[in-house]
Design a protein around this ligand. Sequence first.
Ligand SMILES: [Zn+2]
Length: 128
Amino acid sequence: MFQSGHDGFKMTEVRIKTASGHGVAERWRKRYYYSQGGWSKAFLGDPEQIYERLCALGQHPKPDDVVDVIGNKSWSGHFCRGCDEWVDKVVVFGHSRNGEDEIDLCPDCIEAAHQALIDFAKPYDKPV
Ligand SMILES: [Zn+2]
């Protein structure tokens, strides 16, 4: 476990979340099919047709196949709060039960943060 030199500071739980196509069809149906019957109008096209195409991908569809059907990564990927993009993989910081206090950052943003720390430290590393 990583610990900094600050008293009382404890590293929060860090997890990795990767893109997944699992359960997308069911979530899609819950989002766009009314309990009274009938499909709502999705802005991406015919939601029933998309649902049928999602079901045709099987129980464990590949994330890329879900993206092909829906047209974006918002149903299979994760949102990076650093670059505001839907991405395939994020590092999750935080430990809340409901996820509201979690912060998801993609590898590119983690790398940018790491580089910023290195650049920030450079002046102090130079010999006097
Ligand atoms: Zn990012």
